[in-house]
Structure formats: structure tokens, C-alpha cells
Design a binder for this molecule. Structure first.
Ligand SMILES: Nc1ncnc2c1ncn2[C@@H]1O[C@H](COP(=O)(O)OP(=O)(O)O)[C@@H](O)[C@H]1O
Ligand SMILES: O=P(O)(O)OC[C@H](O)CO
Length: 941
């Protein structure tokens, strides 16, 4: 099927068709047989890949279609050219010549298209390997790129149809040689025949793809090899170094999660498949490239009688090799990729392999294949990431509960386990547990969009984390006291996390379509406004921490009858304060012309981050009760937008989202790897953490130390109005028919943001994980108190004018003292909330043990300090992703996959920190903290 000119018949003796040599005949027969196999294999691949909507195999699906076409064409175009000369039938020859020019052109276009598809698939792999920032663009434009490839193939090869004609060969009329091929005038021009046809076409379709693919492949293989230096990785896993938050989830104290390895392994399977396909392409094309180079060099030599025979054999062989590679492609897919293997199996058997045989069975069956590594489902330090180890695991759980165990590997196949065993012996890595991986039936996804980062996590229904991805998000500080975020960055980081997590799942042989439902946990109060028509935000989001509306808040307080910030506490449970969305929205309506204009056009939309994400992901404009209850526009009693509050703050109600429960189907993903999957859970992140901790009952409380610090205590179906500076908030409503459950909340503006401040502003540390080490270098703060209220104080002072102070500095004060004072500040603030909750509950509820989670609980010293300062036990769950888990629970309930009772029985395992120290010392320290807080108050005039 090359356009090298082998079909030209200048050398044929007049009116006599030469004998077909045996090698050519054998090649025709072999090629035809292979084309039948290829036809079956490629149509099967095409059906499987298209049916199961594996968008990441988009290019391979098109490649299979293109190759199916080529397989069909092999017989009529290549084999027939020889067969007609074997049978020497005039009618056969006439039929052949009638269709040959058009089919030959179509075949050449198809081959070039296939080549370009391989280039596109390899480029995508390359971008994944180097983690290119353009990957997302590339993925969302796959269809466009494939279209361009097809157009280019047509432009380069379509002209073949006009390059030669069949002219009558008068002297041989009535014989097999009654027609002969001649080049058209077009082919004889220099610009087309030489420059385009010879140089441009050959360079673009043969030489460039060959060299480009070699280069990319070498780079990818080189990177793969680096990744396979597992020894280095495992050393990294046991070190105390941080794991970059851009690549994976956090560390937990001195127990280190090595999810970096997870990330590296996940790329390999799909990459290996691409590499293999490219290699086979390169091998099959090597001879073609050699011929092309020789044609460049000396075409006449090739056409000379002595060499023409070999030239003919060569070109036939190139075609056979090509069809051979097409025929072996199914084998490559099946051997290299478990996901495709399962799909093929499902298709051939007509039933789900997952249900019939189970994941484990399939994995075992592949243990001798070349895809062992690819079938590894690896969960590292599961006891630290997940809650409980799955009960179904085969090894004994005492082993897993041994606190010396640093690493737990969950493996698919026993031979893989042996492979690792040998590796660990070599690198002297002990304390490793191998487990067979058994996937639970249900996978639930959770988006956790926080102030510090965006995450997407996939859990099994017992809380075990299967895969996740996390990206830090920027906070913008345009003026002191102002905090903004880019809504586009919020949605983009979320979708990128989804893409990356799905990619990891696929490399475990799990299809993202197995995620049955997705929940959202989000930073609350942060206010986003956008244009319904364009779907674009009108300005940056105003973040919950922002204090630009302090003055405005005072103006509105002055407008109330009682002139009190608590005037609406009985309606909304909240004071009039810049923290909540109402004033932020009012400010945007008053100060941003684009927002005003959009409102006048009637297409303005407001939402907290959950609404924004929901709108972008599903096209639905809604929020849930927990987020609504943070706007200062929600009536706790009527469960609806309050007309009184909307009137008071002059907020047009038509821009507000519809209020829904925390667990129901809101909509389905419009696009991406989760297209069609329902979003069925939505909670503010603090309420999600309450659910995740299993705080179902009255008096159950939890604290989350994220960017801020938030303590919530379940008050049941009763909304208690606080007398001690706490907020009354909706805890959850798990289903539109279920009752709302309420909580008292202590909100702290001081949290992980102080650690970020020490990192970014003072540069005391490079990473948050360094805090513990630096703080442990000193016994105490040497009298230093740090009140890091950069944007005012929340519970219980509610003072937006407070600003951060460090008091007690001496010549002996060091960075370590200030860092330690920062950790203690968070613990003091939390203790104040604890006391306020106990007072509001009229001391009927004593919180003896505080359930804690959030980024800061990765710091063991901080947990110890919190226990010491509060004088209570602190329990941190092994699954630190509690907010996400709470959202996943809501999503499972909302999609009616599971009942509340099912989750209620599952208790996560905790690490416990006992309170140490003297209660008198505790009281003195607390009094000094309160004194420091008083000094920080009323600062910003
Ligand atoms: N080892 C650590 N010690 C102290 N603070 C930490 C540590 N690791 C993370 N943090 C802090 O935790 C915060 C992130 O917690 P996270 O729960 O992810 O926040 P969010 O939900 O707001 O995105 C960051 O502000 C970071 O400074
Ligand atoms: O981003 P986080 O986790 O600190 O949570 C922010 C809170 O929801 C703000 O109310």
C-alpha cells in the first residue's frame, strides 16, 4: 500500500504478464489471512472502546476503526493485485483496475490517519508523563485534534487519486495488459510531483512520524525506568520528608504516606500500552522508511531490472507487516491493560466479569502475564489513609494493627507480591505487609474544595480510600484584609483532580464509570457571582476570611431596631458580620459594575462554592441547606430564603440558588470522565466533617483544623440560639423528606492559615510539614504569645477590627518560639470554642473527647498541644480526609445506594492523644491567651 511507484509497469514485456513469483504469492495469502484476523480484532477493539466510553482511549478507538477499514481493503487492493495475475482472468483484471485508484487513495489516507492518531495518543501519554500544564486542553480537544489529523491525512494523500491514469494500451487490446498506468501531468510538475509528492508528503507521513515517535518513546521509556527505581521511592516513603501537595495527599505525623509511588505507578500501564503500540508501528515501518530514503537517494536504481524484484518484494512485505501489526493489536491491549481486558471479556461473554468472577479472580489469572505491575492496586499505609482495613483481607489484622508497620501494600497477584518481596529484601525495607486487593462493590467519589486546596477522592463504601488527587489553590490578597479566589481556578483544579484521579483508577483496572455517585464538600460562605448566559464569573470570589465589609456590617447593624449584631440570630442563627455571604454579595452588587450590569440584564447568578461547582459540572443552579444556612439570608425555621433578610440586605431573590437537602440527586456530570454520574451529596465542608466523623447523635462534636478552625456540636432537631458567641447552623438534612439536624458552631479565623503565613510571608518554613520538627527544637514559647487574627476574630469575640499581634518577644526569641506560639494559638482558640459549646448546652454535654481532623492534625505535636491546652482527649481518625468522606456518605445516601443506618454502624479507628499537664498551669496559660487576644482587638479603625 505504499505510493512508492512499484505499480508502474514500465518493465513488463509487451502484452505478457510476467509470472508471479512464489514469495509474492505467499505474502498475498499470508497478508489476506492476517487481514481477516485484523478485521475481527480491530472491530472488536473499536466496539469495546466506543461502548465503554473510555475517553482516554479515544485515539486508540479511532485507530481501531481506521485499521478495520484497512483490513477490509487489504484483500481488494493488495492481494487482488497479485491474485489477478495468478488467475489471468480478463474480467478480474478489469474489475481491479476500475476500483483501484479510488481504493488505493482511501487506503493511503487511512494509513496516514492511523499514523497521526498514534502520534496524538503518544503525545497525550508524553504530556501525562511530564505532567504538562497543557494536558487538560489537549484532553478537552481530542475530537478537534483527531479531526485535524484526518483533514491533514486527506490533504497529504487525497491527491493520489489524480496522480495517475489508466491509458489504453492499443497493441494489447483484449489481453491482461490492455491498459497501462501513466503519470498525470499534475504528477509531472515540479511543484507537485517533486516538491509536494516526494518531499512534503514523504517527510510528513513517513520520516517525521518515524523520528518523532522514536524520540517521544525514548523519553517516555526513560521516564518509566526512572519511576521503576522503586528502591529510591521506598526510601522516600520511609523518610520524614513532605509529599508535595500538588502531587498527592498529606503526611500524617511521623507516619508517612507514600502516595507519590501510587502516582508513578498509575501512569505506567497506559504508558506501556502506548509504547508497545508505537514500537510495533516503528518496526513495521522501518522498511518503509528505508525505501523512502532510498527513493530520495536514487529512484532509478530501485526501478532497474536487477533491483525492481526486490523493491516489489519489499513493498509487499511492508504491507504484510502493517497488517500483521494491526492483527496483533488486540493481543497488545489485552496483555497490557486490565481495563480493556475486562471489557473484552465482558463483551465476549456477554456478562459482567466483575460480578461473575470478581476482581481478584481476574487478577490472579493475569499473574503470569506481562501486565503484573499494571494490575497492582497499591494502597500505601492503608491503616493511616483509610479508616479500617477491609475485613475481607486474608492476612491477620493483628499484623496490620502493629504500630511498627510503616507500609501496607495491597496487591493483586501473588507473583507481584513476590516481586515486591524480592525488591524489599534488596533494599532492606522491613515492616511491609502484603495484602491481596479485593475491591468492594461500591465506589463513591467526593469533591473537597477547601480554602487551601481542591481534591477529588474515590472511596470504597467502607471508607477505604482508593485513589485521590489534590491541588493547592491560590488565595489572593489585593489589599490588607481582603481575600479573593479565582472561580475559574476553583473549577479547573476540581476538574483536573477528577481527571487525574480517574486516570489513576484506570491504571488500577477500574473504570471511572464504576463510581456510582459523587458528593461535594466545600469551603462555605465564599461568594461567587456569574453570568448565567456566558457561564463565566463576573469577578473574583470573595473568600469567607475577607473583611472588606467590616464597615458595611456596622452600617447594617446600625440600621436594625436593636442596633445589635445579633438582631437576626433568631432567624438565621448568625450575627451580622463580614464572614457571611449576604454582605459580600451586597458589596459586589454595589461596587462591581459588571455585576450590576449583569443584574440589569437579568442573568446574574449568585452562589457559594458548592453552587458554582454544581452549575459548572451539571448545569443546575442549587445549593444545599448547610451552605444556605451560612449566607445570613436563610430562615432556619421555614427552611427557605428569608424575605425579611433579603429585603434588609436588598438582595434580589431571583439570583439565589434553589435550596435542596444535603443528600439527593441534584444533577449529572455534563462531560469528562464522570459524564452521566449523579452528584447526590452536598455539604459545607465543616458539616461534611461532622457527618464523616459519624456525629449523628445529640452532643456529638468534632473540630476541623483546615485553613480556619471549626468546632461543630450536633444539637439534634433543635436549633439552639447561642448565648456565648456560637453560631446556629444546619448540620445536615440527609434527603428531601428527612428532618433537618442542627449544630452549634464555633468558627475560628485562626487555623492552618497561620502555618501558611509563616511559610509564605515570614519564610520560616518551606513546607507546613516542617512545623513539627522546628517546634520540637524548643521546650516552650519562652513567654511568646501569637494571636494570628489577620482578618479579625470570630467565635466568641466576633471582632472584625482585631489584627494579629505577637507579644512577649525578648532577645532570646527564635523562629521556633514563634512557630510554637502559632500552633498554641490555634489550640487556645479551639479551647475557647469548647468552653462556649459546653456553656450553651448548659453543661449537659461535656465533651471529654474531641474528634479532630483537617490538615493540621497531620502534626502530632499540635495534637499533643491541643490535648494539653484543652485538658481533653483528642482523637484523630486514620482517614484524615473526613470532610470528603462525609460528602461521599451523603452522595451514597442521596443516590439511595445505602441507608444512614449502614454508615452509622461504621466506626473509624483513631489515634488518641491524652491530656497531660497541670490544670492550674492550664488556667494560667488560658488567661494569658485571653489577655493577648484583648490586646489584638479593636485595632483596625
Ligand atoms: N504538618 C502540618 N503542621 C501544621 N499545619 C499543617 C500541616 N500540614 C498542613 N497544615 C495546614 O493545614 C492547612 C490545610 O488543611 P486542609 O484541611 O487541607 O485545609 P482546607 O480544607 O482549608 O483546604 C494548611 O493551611 C496547612 O498550612
Ligand atoms: O477551607 P476550610 O476547610 O478551612 O473551611 C472553610 C470554612 O468552611 C469556612 O466557613
Amino acid at each position: 500500500m505504499t505510493d512508492s511507484g512499484a505499480l508502474l509497469s514500465d518493465n513488463v514485456p509487451e502484452c505478457t504478464v510476467p509470472e508471479i513469483s512464489d514469495p509474492r504469492l505467499y505474502m498475498a495469502v499470508g497478508g489476506t489471512s492476517l487481514s481477516v484476523i485484523s478485521l475481527f480484532c480491530n472491530s472488536l477493539i473499536a466496539i469495546v472502546l466506543i461502548r465503554s466510553s473510555h475517553t482516554h482511549f479515544f485515539f486508540f478507538a479511532l485507530l481501531a476503526i481506521s485499521d478495520t477499514f484497512l483490513s477490509v481493503m487489504y484483500g481488494p487492493v493488495i492481494a487482488m493485485e497479485i491474485i489477478k495475475d495468478v488467475f489471468r482472468e480478463l474480467w478480474l483484471t478489469r474489475i481491479f483496475w476500475s476500483y483501484m485508484p479510488s481504493l488505493l487513495t482511501a487506503c493511503n489516507i487511512s494509513m496516514t490517519f492511523s499514523t497521526f492518531l498514534i502520534i496524538l495518543a503518544t503525545t497525550e501519554r508524553f504530556m501525562i508523563t511530564i505532567k504538562s500544564e497543557r494536558l487538560r486542553w489537549f484532553r478537552t480537544h481530542r475530537g478537534f485534534l483527531a479531526g485535524c489529523a484526518l483533514v491533514l491525512a486527506v490533504l497529504l494523500k487525497g491527491g493520489m487519486f489524480w496522480e495517475f491514469v489508466m491509458l489504453p494500451n492499443e497493441p494489447c487490446t483484449g489481453t491482461l495488459l490492455e491498459r497501462e498506468i501513466a503519470l498525470t501531468n499534475l504528477s509531472l510538475t515540479v511543484s507537485y510531483g517533486k516538491v509536494f509528492k516526494f518531499y512534503v508528503r514523504n517527510i510528513c507521513t513517513v520520516l517525521f512520524p518515524f523520528i518523532f515517535l522514536i524520540f517521544l518513546n525514548i523519553y517516555i521509556v526513560f521516564t518509566l525506568r526512572r519511576q521503576q527505581r522503586a528502591a529510591a521511592l521506598f526510601r522516600f516513603a520511609t523518610s520524614r520528608h513532605k509529599i508535595d501537595t500538588r502531587t498527592e495527599t498529606a503526611t500524617k505525623g511521623n507516619r508517612v504516606l507514600c502516595l507519590a509511588m501510587f502516582l508513578q505507578l498509575q501512569v505506567r500501564s497506559a504508558t506501556r500500552l502506548t509504547v508497545l503500540i508505537v514500537c510495533s508501528f516503528l518496526i513495521s515501518n522501518a522498511l518503509n522508511v528505508a525505501f523512502t530514503v532510498m527513493e530520495f537517494w536514487d529512484l532509478d536504481l530501485l526501478m532497474a531490472t536487477d533491483y525492481f524484484k526486490w523493491y516489489e518484494y519489499g513493498t509487499d512485505f511492508v504491507s504484510v507487516m502493517y497488517i500483521f501489526v494491526c492483527a496483533t493489536r488486540l493481543l497488545m491491549y489485552v496483555v497490557c491493560n486490565e481495563e480493556i481486558r475486562n471489557e473484552v471479556y465482558k463483551f465476549l461473554c456477554g456478562l459482567s466479569s466483575y460480578n461473575r468472577k470478581g476482581f481478584r479472580k481476574q487478577s490472579n489469572s493475569t499473574s503470569k502475564g506481562t501486565s503484573e505491575l499494571d494490575s497492582i492496586a497499591l494502597t500505601i499505609a492503608r491503616r493511616l489513609i483509610g479508616s479500617d482495613l477491609p475485613e475481607t483481607h486474608t492476612t491477620n489484622d493483628e499484623e496490620a494493627n502493629d504500630s511498627n508497620v510503616s507500609l501496607v501494600l495491597i496487591l493483586h497477584s501473588s507473583s507481584t507480591s513476590e516481586w515486591f518481596s524480592r525488591l524489599f529484601q534488596q533494599i532492606k525495607f522491613n515492616n511491609v505487609i502484603y495484602r491481596k486487593y479485593q475491591r468492594k462493590k461500591m465506589l463513591i467519589g467526593a469533591i473537597d474544595q477547601g480554602t487551601s486546596s481542591s481534591r477529588f477522592l474515590v472511596f470504597e463504601d467502607n471508607g477505604d480510600l482508593v485513589a485521590s488527587h489534590q491541588i493547592e489553590v491560590r488565595q489572593l490578597f489585593p489589599h490588607p484584609g481582603w481575600v479573593e479566589m479565582d472561580p475559574i481556578e476553583l473549577i479547573n483544579t476540581v476538574t483536573e483532580c477528577i481527571d487525574m484521579t480517574c486516570e489513576k483508577l484506570r491504571n488500577f483496572g477500574i473504570s471511572p464509570s464504576e463510581i456510582q455517585s459523587v458528593g461535594i464538600a466545600n469551603q462555605r460562605e465564599t461568594t461567587v457571582v456569574w453570568d448565567r448566559d456566558s457561564g463565566q464569573p463576573l469577578c473574583n470570589a470573595i473568600v469567607w476570611l475577607d473583611t472588606r465589609t467590616s464597615q458595611l456590617a456596622q452600617e447594617y447593624i446600625d440600621k436594625t431596631d436593636t442596633k445589635s449584631k445579633d438582631s437576626f440570630k433568631s432567624v438565621a442563627g448568625l450575627p451580622i458580620h463580614p464572614y457571611f455571604s449576604a454582605l459580600k454579595l451586597r458589596w459586589l452588587l454595589d461596587n462591581v459594575p459588571a455585576v450590576r450590569e449583569c443584574r440589569e440584564r437579568g442573568s446574574l447568578m449568585f452562589g457559594t462554592v458548592d453552587s458554582w461547582l454544581m452549575f459548572k459540572l451539571t448545569g443546575v443552579h442549587c445549593t444545599d441547606v448547610t451552605n444556605a444556612s451560612r449566607t445570613l439570608l436563610f430562615d432556619l425555621a421555614t427552611r427557605s430564603w428569608s424575605t425579611e433578610l433579603c429585603n434588609f440586605f436588598q438582595i434580589p431573590t431571583n439570583i439565589l440558588p434553589e435550596i435542596r437537602s444535603s443528600a439527593e440527586i441534584y444533577g449529572h456530570f455534563i462531560e469528562g470522565p464522570l459524564e452521566g454520574t449523579p452528584i447526590a451529596g452536598c455539604l459545607g465542608d465543616q458539616q461534611a466533617a461532622l457527618v464523616g466523623h459519624g456525629c449523628w447523635s445529640l452532643g456529638d462534636a468534632k473540630t476541623t483544623y483546615g485553613t480556619g478552625t471549626f468546632m461543630l456540636c450536633n444539637t439534634g432537631e433543635k436549633a439552639i440560639v447561642s448565648k456565648n458567641g456560637l453560631l446556629t447552623t444546619v448540620a445536615f438534612q440527609l434527603g428531601s423528606e428527612s428532618p433537618m439536624c442542627f449544630a452549634l458552631e464555633g468558627s475560628g479565623s485562626i487555623g492552618g492559615n497561620v502555618v501558611r503565613f509563616l511559610r509564605d510571608n515570614f519564610k520560616f518554613i518551606k513546607e507546613a510539614s516542617e512545623m513539627e520538627g522546628i517546634c520540637r527544637t524548643v521546650e516552650d514559647t519562652d513567654g511568646v504569645f501569637f494571636v494570628p487574627c489577620f482578618t479579625g476574630l470570630y467565635t466568641p469575640q466576633w471582632d472584625p477590627t482585631a489584627r494579629g499581634i505577637i507579644v512577649g518577644l525578648t532577645q532570646c526569641t527564635t523562629i521556633a518560639h514563634i512557630c510554637l506560639a502559632a500552633l498554641r494559638a490555634v489550640a487556645f482558640q479551639c479551647t475557647e470554642m469548647l468552653e462556649a459549646i459546653e456553656h450553651d448546652m448548659e453543661n449537659t454535654t461535656k465533651i471529654n473527647t474531641l474528634k479532630a481532623d483537617g490538615g493540621m492534625t497531620a502534626n502530632t505535636l499540635f495534637n499533643e498541644l491541643q490535648a494539653e491546652i484543652a485538658g481533653r482527649k483528642i482523637e484523630t481518625p486514620r482517614n484524615t480526609e473526613i470532610s470528603a468522606w462525609g460528602a461521599a456518605i451523603a452522595a451514597a445516601i442521596g443516590a439511595r445506594l445505602i441507608s444512614i443506618a449502614d454508615f452509622g454502624t461504621r466506626q473509624a479507628k483513631f489515634a488518641r492523644f491524652e491530656p497531660k499537664g497541670d490544670s492550674l498551669v492550664r488556667e494560667v496559660e488560658m488567661a494569658r491567651w485571653k489577655d493577648a487576644v484583648r490586646r489584638a482587638q479593636n485595632w483596625q479603625k
